[in-house]
Design a protein around this ligand. Structure first.
Ligand code: ZN
Length: 422
């Protein structure tokens, strides 16, 4: 064997070894199929102010089967017990606005305590594949509700995501073109359609106040999506574009910086949700992070107080609010869904309301409120363990100790928590 062939062969063997020993997530092992008992837990359910102290949570398979104070453990072997030593259990967080397109970022999302995300579009349907592979236990990722590719005038590189998109390479502006793009998304198996009422905020040469699609165009999108029972989420900063989207039947307005009270009232009346993605505007206003551009810094400073005011008005008018971090959870990202909850508290949401924006409330927006977003019996075992009570101090959400998704413990940092190993 030549030296080159030998080193190639070595490299090849190393690759095989790596692939063989490092599956991202396998189906549940026999050990993992045994009931899991979380003992000495304080439980916040994510929907009310009720606290269950000194509780035992029983997880069987993917579900929470029992929650009760001081439950005595059955005799026998095989069951797994984690002593939480008085730490706090809350629902796994839900991020209602993400752009996750890689496995590394999916894992980072999960490890930040986010067990469910709604994708707000990715370039090439990675969210659909991620949803399927995560549900099959093949990869480490949160549960995903996919939006596929953005329904927007210029697809750019996204035309390569599906052969049929080539016909839309020249633009997506007429109702026929909009319907065609929606149909490709539906055919690829999306859970949501993402479109826009206005331009982007995160590009130096676009004005986020400028309307993109009008009410008739947005209506064409909503109607086509509705043929498969799929709801529409609309990116909109400016008021005109947002009003048009709500009037056309969008289920949620993303960003909403300049929403007027009349648009907010229409949202309240039509049951449309507000996903302000406030943390991303903070990111815009600061150096580093996902956005690092002097033009955008100034724009972020301009937008931030307006968006905060809009959130206060939305809350006062009774518009439902869900949390979205609007990040790809990349290595540079500084935004987390926990920041969103903390900031909502500062803007007047009650502790229970603020936590619900990233748990039970977000689940309701996503249409999965009957199976996740709460720590109650019968729900999916999507849980996080925290050092303190998130209703007292929302900042504890920024440092999760344990993450359990669908009954599987994917992260356990408790040996290094403030209280040490027990
Ligand atoms: Zn976004």
């Amino acid at each position: 064997m030549t030296p080159l062939a030998r080193s190639l062969r070595l490299a090849f063997t190393a690759l095989i070894a790596l692939a063989g020993t490092a599956p991202l997530a396998a189906p549940l092992t026999a050990q993992e199929r045994q009931p899991l008992y979380l003992v000495n837990a304080n439980v916040v359910d994510g929907v009310s102010g009720t606290i269950i102290r000194d509780a035992t949570i029983v997880i069987e398979g993917t579900r929470i089967t029992r929650i009760a104070p001081k439950l005595s453990l059955p005799r026998g072997s095989g069951m797994r017990v984690i002593d939480l030593a008085g730490r706090w259990v809350a629902p796994g967080l839900i991020d209602a606005h993400t752009h996750i397109g890689t496995l590394a970022n999916a894992k980072r999302t999960l490890f930040s305590g986010v067990t469910t995300v709604r994708s707000a579009s990715v370039p090439a349907f990675q969210d659909v594949a991620m949803r399927e592979q995560a549900r099959a236990g093949q990869i480490l990722a949160p549960d995903v509700l996919a939006a596929g590719v953005f329904v927007t005038p210029n697809l750019g590189e996204t035309v390569l995501a599906d052969q049929r998109l080539g016909a839309l390479a020249g633009g997506v502006t007429t109702p026929e073109q909009l319907r065609a793009l929606v149909r490709v998304n539906l055919d690829r198996g999306v859970d949501w359609i993402k479109t826009r009422g206005t331009e982007r905020a995160g590009l130096p040469d676009t004005d986020p106040r400028k309307q993109v699609y009008d009410q008739a165009e947005l209506r064409a999108i909503v109607k086509e999506a509705a043929t498969k029972g799929i709801p529409v989420m609309a990116h909109a900063h400016g008021d005109e574009g947002a009003y048009a989207a709500v009037a056309a039947g969008a289920k949620s307005i993303e960003h909403g910086t300049f929403l007027s009270d009349s648009t907010l009232r229409l949202m309240k009346q039509k049951g449309a949700w507000f996903v302000p993605t406030l943390s991303t505007v903070v990111d815009l206003a600061r150096p580093g992070g996902d956005y690092d551009d002097p033009v955008l810094t100034l724009r972020g400073e301009y937008m931030l107080p307006r968006l905060e005011q809009t959130i206060r008005h939305a809350h006062a008018l009774g518009v439902r609010i869900a949390a979205g971090a609007d990040t790809d959870y990349g290595a540079e990202s500084l935004t987390r869904i926990s920041h969103e909850v903390t900031r909502f508290r500062a803007l007047g949401l009650s502790p229970v309301e603020a936590l619900a924006t990233a748990t039970s409330g977000a689940a309701e927006l996503l249409g999965i409120g009957a199976r996740t977003g709460r720590v109650v019996e019968g729900y999916e075992a999507d849980l996080i363990v925290l050092e303190g009570n998130p209703l007292e101090d929302a900042s504890v959400l920024q440092d999760v100790l344990i993450v359990i998704t669908d009954g599987r413990v994917v992260l356990n940092r408790t040996p290094f928590g403030r209280q040490g190993a027990r």
